[in-house]
Structures are given as structure tokens and as C-alpha cells.
Design a protein around this ligand. Sequence first.
Ligand SMILES: CSC[C@H]1O[C@H](OP(=O)(O)O)[C@H](O)[C@@H]1O
Length: 380
Amino acid sequence: MADQDARNGEDKRPTGIPALRWEEPPEGPVLVLLDQTRLPAEEVELVCTDPAALVEAIRSLAVRGAPLLGIAGGYGVALAAVRGFEVEEAAAALAGARPTAVNLAVGVRRAQAAHREALARTGDTRQAARAALAAARALHREDTEASARMAAHGLALLDELLPAGGHRVLTHCNTGSLVSGGEGTAFAVALAAHRSGRLRRLWVDETRPLLQGARLTAYEAARNDMAYTLLTDNAAGSLFAAGEVDAVLIGADRIAADGSVANKVGSYPLAVLARYHHVPFVVVAPVTTVDPDTPDGASIEVEQRPGYEVTEITAPQVPVAGAGGGIPVAPLGTQAYNPAFDVTPPELVTAIVTEEGVVSPVTTEALASLCARSRQVTIS
Ligand SMILES: CSC[C@H]1O[C@H](OP(=O)(O)O)[C@H](O)[C@@H]1O
């Protein structure tokens, strides 16, 4: 898919990167994924012909990012239905592939509900499969539209919060078109600022251990010709201290009813730094990430991932060395603590930006309408 030019910045292909697409070749429908574990070195596509392959792709982060997980989950149910797999079983496996991003369960549930309703109404498995696919496509379309609206609301908020001139924005993990049906969430706001000449600098946290920032956000920023600088996660503090950060923009995997935000591990320390240095800490996420059934941060299940992701550096070209197939950077047998996410309390969040607008301050009361809206979009 990529040619040599793509890696030296000479590639002039469209900046949007189709993270996934549904195709219907003669041999049967497939879900095609851009394998994000191979980026930025290689653009490799995974062709999923069954739900089990998609479950593994989700678990390995070949496909990742809360909104995209919801879209993939919906298509996964449709794939099971059109290819004659047991749909309820496939739905349960897909929804359980990763626990923290609520969008995954939402996407699966919407396609599953459409399938159940059509099957009960018609008794026809082909019609039921088409209903599941239509639900997945609707979710994909809605997320694409939501991304553009979040970008507009987010940029207007930055202009309101920050002095005129270029904004210096720090972001964590990856929240661009690789997590979305559109151009992403937090990254889409930075991209909108860039396109309007109002992004002075995008500070990109590398985001250990899987390096979504270094590998994916830098890749997307380069493809968009943005002014970006990569930094180690532990260098962020010195940037704040030097007054080099005007705002923090991050995504979310689950927002509890009280406004607690689960996001990539390392987000909470950024919120504390932002508060100490009086810098706005802005969360950008679609309404489908708000979970009215999770009352508070303590109720969010934080995914614990394998220790070898911390103790080894993995790269596709590296021959199998350690337990995870990577290069050990710690003594063999080293135990590692590897939570994939952390939870930021609402009092440290300046604002939550969704496609519906901006919530600030972040309180249970202020979120009530978002919770109600979330219930609507997650069952329609
Ligand atoms: C805007 S959703 C992107 C969100 O997903 C990332 O997690 P992962 O790479 O493990 O799927 C991270 O939390 C991002 O903020």
C-alpha cells in the first residue's frame, strides 16, 4: 500500500488514512484494517474474513482507538452475520475484546440489536445480516460527522481560552484518523487549528509503552505537514515549566457520568501538570464515549496489558527475542506494571468537547444532557 516515498515525506497521497473499510469482493464480504502495529514503517492491511480474526486484531491493537473500536465492533457483528457465524457468540467475543473503551460495546450492541430485530421480524438471516451492516455503516457515518463537529467546537474553544496567535498544544497517545471514521477527536482539533494557521506547535508525547504518539500521531502530523515535535512522556513536565504549553488536548476511552475520564495511561499526570501550571486540559470525544451506566471513575475497568510491552521494545523487523517477540530492555523475568489507561477526576478537566458542543465546568449536572444523548445514540 505504501511506496518508498511515503517514508521520506514525499508522499502526496490524501492525508486521510482509511483505518478500516468494508469490502464485498466476489469471494465474500471482508473488513480491511490498516495494521497499526506495523506503522509507521509499513502500511500493511489485514483482511478479516471472520469475527475471531477481528477480535485478535482488537486485542493486539492492530485496530485501536475508542471511536474506531466501536465502528469495527459493528462491522464485526455484520461480518459474523453475512458469513454465517453464530452472531450472538461473535458479538460477545467482540464486546469483550478490550474492556475500557465503552465505544466497542456500543458499536457491537447497535449492530447486534439491529440483527436481532430484523431476524425476529422477518425470520430471514440475510435480511438480518443486512440490518447489522446498515447499523455498522450508520455508526461509521455518524462518527465521521461527529469528528468534523468536534474539530469545529474544539478550535472555537481554544480561540476562546487562549490569547490570539498560534496555539501550542500538547497531545498524548493518538487521536487522529487512525481512531475514527473521520479525522479523529483531539488530533482533529489540532488539525483544524493547523489548517486555519492557528497551530504554532503540536507537542507529541511518545506515549510509552506502545508508542502511539511516536509511531502514529507523528505519522499523521507529518502527513498533514503540521509543525510538530516529539517528546518523551517524562519531558512533558519541563515543557510546562518553561511555559511552552498553551493547552492539553486528549481523547477518551470512557467518560463516567460524573465526568471522570479514562484515557491512555499518562493522561492523569498531564492533568495534574496542567492544573499546577494553569493550562487548560481539554478532553475531546464523541457522545458515544460518555457512559451513563458508569457512575464514576472508580467504576471504570482499566485494562491491564502484558508486562512484556513494558520490558521489551517490539518492532516487526525484530527477530523473536523476549516473551513478546521483542528486544528486552529489562532483565528477563522482570515483572512490569502495565495499565493501558488511567482515570482523570472531573475537577482536573477544564472542558469536554463532543459533537454536541462544550461542557465546562465538568459536573454530573452539566453532563446529564450528554448522558441522555448518549443513551439515545447508543440504542438507535
Ligand atoms: C480518541 S480514542 C483514542 C484513544 O484510544 C487510545 O487507546 P488505545 O491506543 O489503547 O486504543 C488512547 O486512549 C486514545 O486517547
